[in-house]
Design a protein around this ligand. Sequence first.
Ligand code: HAM
Length: 417
Amino acid sequence: MKTPKGTRDLLPEETRLFQAIEQRAIDFFGRYGFQEIRTPLFEETSLFIRGIGDETDIVTKEMYRFQTKGGDDLTLRPEMTASVCRAVVQHHLVGKDELLRLLYMGPMFRYERPQAGRYRQFHQLGAEVFGSADPLIDAETIQALIAFLEPYQLPNLTLHLNSVGDETDRPQYLAYLREALTAVRDQLCADCQRRLETNVLRLLDCKNPTCRQQLVALKPISDFWSAENRQHFEAVCNYLAQVGIRFEINPFLVRGLDYYTKTAFELLSGDLGAQSAVMGGGRYDKLLEQIGGSPTPAFGWALGIDRLVTLIRNQGTSPEPATDLFFVFGERAWLDESFALICQLRAQGFSVLYDPRVGSFKSQMKRANKHQARLTAIIGESEYQSKTVTLKDMAKSEQQTLALDQLASYLKEVLAC
Ligand code: HAM
């Protein structure tokens, strides 16, 4: 017996990597205010049809849809944004003028043709923010993701960014697409001929080479942006530039799901072959309303954990993204004074963590263990007074004290081997 086509067992070594990513995500995104949510693996089919769109590839071809003995029409979740929105509406999680940040991780199911990096059961880590239309939220949520990925030091990643407009400017673009593509109708596949009538934007997702040829000369959606949407997009770009995040504007990026409004983005890797998308996301200001909630702007993304794990393993780095150094403080004030040093060490390439709650030495050491820290840097009363640090090698249980200003050069020496 074997695993069903498109699925696989995660053996212990790979599972450790999944765990490390998931545990770190909870800690890391917790610092941005994200709280984890878990929803059922299946939902009423109508949620995905209404949410994702009835002409998307996911809904027309890829759903694991089944009828229960009781006659319910259910589908294994192909993604979780629709499920999270359903939960937000069902439990009234977000009131007027409230901001809610939710994080999730777990398996998703799509009946796709399996190939390297593409599975029928795959895993996503996702983040969704509800209650703000502010472009700062778009930028902050993208920044959080990029910062999360930083310690993995993945080469060849490119952030592609676009705006897919909304009800103020997209109709003009769709009218243009319909006119331009109706003129070449005979060259389009049967699916696309139907999409011309039903949902012309989804024609841009078609993989058929003859259809793709017809798309080359089309105008991009950016030619149709309303002043407001252009302004929103420019604000997102400016915020990202402000924090040093590099991106490419890709005016043809429309994503394969219907719910997006304004910002849409993907992180592509040059090291993943055909399945190059590590993650994707964007703003979806109308989705909550569409599934029966009150108007609530929202923004989010989902990362393919399987693909991230492949990239980390290709790097040949250690199976766990171990922490180089974990700071342990006797007093919260000493952490505040060490903040600049921690940032400098990170900038020099070390992964450095600490527990912002400080707490007892014991609880901080426990946390250092949880992060699989190679070294802990202890700053207690005497170290603080003498501007020194006690470094403990966690594996060897050896420790030594050195001057704070020698820490960086010492780490370089020790962690290089
Ligand atoms: P998506 O682009 O369909 O977006 O999926 C996000 C990521 O999941 C992809 O970039 C890819 O890494 C991974 N993924 C998708 N399908 C597969 C597969 N068959 N095998 C392996 N990995 C896969 C969404 O799902 C949206 N819900 C993202 C979002 C959240 N938008 C707003 N909030």
